[in-house]
Design a protein around this ligand. Structure first.
Ligand code: AMP
Ligand code: FE
Ligand code: FE
Ligand code: ZN
Length: 280
């Protein structure tokens, strides 16, 4: 039985794979479908769509939006949002502009610390619309200022370190509404990483469509717990590896998968939502 991996990143955010490499690796792993869920971006969609078509697997267009609830960073997976929806696109642009400003803030802090890394050097490494801390870390390594990405995070980029800068996030309820207005399906990403189920339960009341129950960093008991939470509330269940490519050893793609029927339900909800939006 073919399976689907509904959470993966490319070099259009903080992954290392190109869309073509991601699609080819999905085939190698025996997947029947793969979702591209780059952070705050859909820049890779068109190439991924074409690559999946060539490889003969199903492409699931997605994105992982950065939101917040009770000052915690909440990642929301958007599946099948309309790529021409004006408000959705203008919000992605806002995320991306804020991410770019954040790179300025971080390189300024580094320079104040005597590290001569420039904004342009980071942007050259990032080479996408959705730059983030991993790109700053890689630029620090490539320009000889740090020994490793880990070293860069530990010395400068972690939250309590001197070059950290806050990230732009929209409120979780607003993000869910944005995804749904664009005809997409909104799922809470990796709830286990929040380490606070009281907040998870609150977010589940905000009108979500689904919960990412399977994730590389969820234990077996977390999988069960979040499936139960979804079932109790009549929410969809999703899952995926959250593969970032070859950043940390063997790629995760295909190591966490869900049955194709789970994907069918997500796609069906997106389809009926788009139908309702056209009719209203
Ligand atoms: P950002 O969204 O820009 O705040 O960056 C978050 C990303 O940084 C996530 O994808 C993490 O996987 C990555 N990250 C966090 N800590 C480290 C680390 N020590 N080494 C490498 N990547 C990290
Ligand atoms: Fe990431
Ligand atoms: Fe995430
Ligand atoms: Zn992710």
């Amino acid at each position: 039985m073919l399976q689907a991996d509904l959470h993966a990143h490319t070099y259009f955010s903080d992954g290392t794979f190109s869309p073509e490499e991601l699609a080819a690796y999905a085939v190698k792993q025996g997947l029947g479908a793969v979702a591209l869920t780059d952070h705050d971006s859909i820049e890779g969609w068109s190439r991924m769509r074409e690559a999946c078509q060539k490889e003969g697997i199903r492409f699931v267009p997605g994105s992982e939006l950065t939101s917040q609830w009770r000052s915690k960073e909440i990642h929301l997976l958007a599946y099948y949002p309309d790529e021409n929806h004006l408000e959705f696109c203008s919000n992605l642009k806002k995320f991306q502009q804020a991410r770019t400003l954040r790179i300025h803030a971080m390189t300024e802090k580094l320079q104040a610390l005597g590290i001569p890394l420039t904004f342009d050097e980071v942007i050259e490494v990032a080479n996408c619309n959705s730059p983030g801390r991993p790109h700053v870390a890689r630029a620090l390594v490539e320009h000889g200022h740090c020994r490793s990405m880990d070293d860069a995070f530990k010395k400068y980029l972690k939250k309590d370190r001197p070059a950290w800068a806050p990230k732009f996030r929209i409120q979780a309820d607003a993000a869910i509404q944005l995804i749904q207005k664009a005809g997409g399906v909104a799922a809470l990403a990796h709830p286990g990483l929040l380490n606070q189920d009281s907040v998870v339960r609150e977010i589940l009341e905000l009108g979500l469509d689904g919960i990412e129950c399977f994730h590389s960093r969820h234990s077996e008991s977390e999988r069960l717990k979040y499936r139960q939470m979804a079932e109790e509330r009549g929410l969809l269940t999703t899952g995926g590896s959250d593969c970032h490519g070859r950043n940390k050893g063997e790629p995760l793609l295909g190591k966490v998968t869900v049955p194709m029927e789970w994907l069918d339900r997500v796609e069906e909800l997106a389809r009926s939502r788009k139908q309702d939006l056209t009719n209203s």
